[in-house]
Design a protein around this ligand. Sequence first.
Ligand code: HEM
Length: 320
Amino acid sequence: MEFPTVVVCLVWFFSGILASAQLTTSFYKTTCSGKSAVDHFKTEGEEKAVANEENAWGLPCFGFIFHDCFVNGCDASGSIRRHCQLHRKRKTAQPNNGSLRGFDVVDTIKSKVESVCPGVVPCADILAVAARDSVVALGGKSWGVLLGRRDSTTASLSAANTGIPAPTLNLSGLITSFSNVGLSTKDLVVLSGAHTIGQARCTSFRARIYNETNINSSFAKSLQANCPSTGGDNNLSPLDTSSPTTFDVGYYTDLIGQKGLLHSDQQLYNGGSTDSQVTSYSSSSSTFLTDFGTSMINMGNISPLTGSRGQVRTNCRKTN
Ligand code: HEM
């Protein structure tokens, strides 16, 4: 390796370490007249919203926020907006689901926090806390969210398209895609457990229910009714067949019964190295819920923007 390359690598390596070292659970402890800005996150609006069953279907917006972490780290970048817009299109096709609920909640929290602590808390940290609180509201376990991220000043759609793992990937591709952002195979299995909530469009699982053999045949048949071989691309089915609005181990039980909705889901239980972890989570809810918090912290540590880099967005839907 040539000298300048070594220097660049060392600078990159140490800036990475320093950047993640700056994330802490008490980042905003003294920023608002001695009061923690995070105390204002748990506002009436958010509490009510996440507890409301209809809004549980709005949480998927947070799912895409997690996907965002794969694209240059969790920095509230444009990929969130893009995915949430996709989500809104889907929701408007459904009765009683006309709004972008996931993002409405983020907007509500942001404006409450801005009113007491203007210009202090970036959207990336609001999203990280809101995601944790949503998981807890749906029956999951809490974890200490590390804070101190900044929001991106750019939105890269091409990066968004290439950074997010595709549902067509096999196990080795999934492992590589997680390893590329510094996450382990264990993180892959535990974070995929987020598919215990939310829904997927017919277009995301059509090939699986018509062509694949590692699928329960009556499950495949029941899905075909709502996902024809042509048309109906946006018809939705739950990712967790038995308890799609509860944060539990139903996703893993489904995998063992060959009822994983996405090709990538079933890859985690298909005779490979991750089978044992799936089996273990299917019978131990507390291990899964604890590990989920740890892996969420790992995912939140993917190259965060810290210090004076990036910005504190005024409006979470766009850059300043
Ligand atoms: C392992 C790699 C992953 C792949 C290949 C993947 C793929 C997908 C796909 C294809 C959908 C359905 C999108 C649609 O049809 O509109 C989806 C939904 C979802 N994903 Fe993932 N995902 C992965 C990991 C994750 C992770 C790590 C999380 C969170 C920690 C997550 C949370 C969600 C949520 C909550 C939904 C529901 C979205 C909705 O209801 O609109 N996913 N995922």
